[in-house]
Design a protein around this ligand. Structure first.
Ligand SMILES: Cc1cc2nc3c(=O)[nH]c(=O)nc-3n(C[C@H](O)[C@H](O)[C@H](O)COP(=O)(O)OP(=O)(O)OC[C@H]3O[C@@H](n4cnc5c(N)ncnc54)[C@H](O)[C@@H]3O)c2cc1C
Length: 404
């Protein structure tokens, strides 16, 4: 195990500065426009791909080539400081990549993850399709079915997935479906739906509160046939796992929990970027804005609010970085990934709300970006496990008991 340290390397600092500049030059000037348009920002993602910020190589370097675990949260915080909607458009494919990495064989990872991204001149998208309209937190309630057709060695998928980032516009969809309905959440498997497969279509595209440049839609599966080899992890492993569960033995739940714990700090880092953007804006504003003949920051009521905002952001970052380090070094003890995500998301929602307060009437208008950041922050309390689901995971970890 590497020695615990939160000191950034020179490379990590350079990466942070490079992404910061991309955000200043390219992302921030158009962030408000893409939010208003509520469309996927293709030209910006294409530009990100051209400079190497969107792509399999970037992800591989950030994930595989980093022993500290800090590269990804540092990069993500900076990108989401630029804009969360565009940040999500650039990072959303990572959800599909993580889904493939979590369940796929080495060969499947090498075959499909690069296809999720395409090339700098021909970008592709990936989507991870798990949630359903009646089952988001309650993963045991999924209804989408996958049935094996022995004669053709194909899996046939039917059902509807809800709130899917890049859903329907992605080239590669990773779909979680029920293979044995009697086993609840342990009877699922994940499948690759390759580009152009018949029967997969986009349902409604959602109109959202925030991260509006990120595309979120239903994914409809109508007799979608995929080759047997599109089952992630392969048939043998699935049969073994299902047999273990049927015998009442523990499945790979522990391994799955560790995977989720390891990806949660990245979501915390997203929230941190949004929080920092709002805090910096409010700090500058409070120094410039005068009321009662003095800058508003000269009042403790405003200055102390900013002091608390800065403190919460620092505390959240330390938790996110530590959880990222633990994730890399496989030594979670008390659901630290969930704690980091919970804390950073709450911080972002609270800090962005306080920022509006500091800006007063201006903060409530769309003339300045603070109201957008407040809308963008909120999603972090909801997706990748809601606030309450993080509390559930943490309370189970600290108590060793089944909390409902
Ligand atoms: C913009 C956006 C993008 C998304 N992207 C994706 C994606 O790419 N892929 C994907 O699969 N999903 C995605 N989702 C879905 C997201 O993960 C779910 O919305 C989330 O998990 C919550 O599920 P739900 O909406 O069904 O809420 P519910 O599970 O119905 O929860 C409603 C409320 O009840 C609470 N609650 C539920 N169960 C409990 C409990 N046991 N104890 C206490 N409180 C509880 C929740 O915390 C919440 O406050 C996305 C959602 C959004 C909004």
């Amino acid at each position: 195990m590497n020695e615990f340290s939160l000191a950034l390397t020179d490379e990590q600092e350079q990466l942070r500065d490079w992404i910061h500049q991309f955000c200043v030059d390219v992302v921030r000037p158009v962030a408000g426009e893409w939010d208003e348009r509520e469309e996927f920002p293709w030209p910006i993602v294409e530009e990100a791909a051209q400079i190497g910020l969107y792509g399999w190589d970037f992800l591989a370097q950030g994930m595989l080539g980093d022993k500290t675990g800090l590269t990804l949260p540092v990069a993500i915080e900076e990108l989401f400081w630029g804009d969360a909607g565009i940040g999500m458009a650039i990072m959303g494919t990572g959800l599909a990549a993580a889904g493939i990495a979590a369940s796929g064989t080495q060969e499947q990872v090498m075959e499909w993850v690069p296809q999720c991204y395409g090339t700098a001149d021909d970008i592709r998208l990936g989507a991870f399709c798990a949630s359903e309209a009646d089952a988001g937190s309650d993963v045991g309630g999924y209804r989408a079915r996958a049935v094996y057709d022995e004669a053709s060695d194909e899996w046939v998928l039917n059902g509807a997935k809800a709130w899917i980032t890049n859903g329907g516009i992605a080239d590669v969809h990773v779909v979680v479906a029920v293979v044995d309905p009697e086993l609840g959440s342990k009877g699922h498997a994940s499948f690759i739906v390759p580009p152009g497969t018949m029967g997969l279509s986009q349902g409604q595209k959602y109109k959202k509160h925030g991260i509006r440049a990120s595309h979120t839609a239903e994914v409809l599966l109508d007799d979608v046939r995929v080759p047997g080899q599109c089952l992630l992890g392969g048939r043998e492993k699935l049969d073994e796992r299902l047999a273990r569960v049927r015998r009442g033995e523990k499945g790979n739940a522990q391994a799955a929990m560790q995977t989720f714990e390891a990806t949660r700090p990245a979501v915390g880092a997203q929230a941190l970027g949004v929080a920092r953007a709002a805090y910096e804006y409010a700090l500058d504003y409070a120094k410039e804005r005068h009321a009662f003949g003095r800058p508003i920051i000269a009042n403790q009521g405003i200055a102390f609010m900013l002091a608390d905002m800065a403190t919460e952001i620092e505390a959240s970052r330390m938790m996110v970085w530590r959880a990222a380090w633990l994730g890399k070094n496989k030594s979670f003890v008390n659901a630290e990934g969930s704690m980091a995500k919970l804390k950073a998301a709450r911080t972002a929602t609270w800090v962005t709300e306080r920022a509006i307060q500091i800006l007063g009437g201006a903060g409530y208008t769309r003339e300045v970006p603070v109201e957008r950041w407040h809308r963008d922050a909120k999603i972090h309390d909801i997706f990748e496990g809601t606030e309450q689901i993080q509390q559930l995971v943490i309370s189970r970890a600290i108590s060793g008991m089944r909390i409902e």
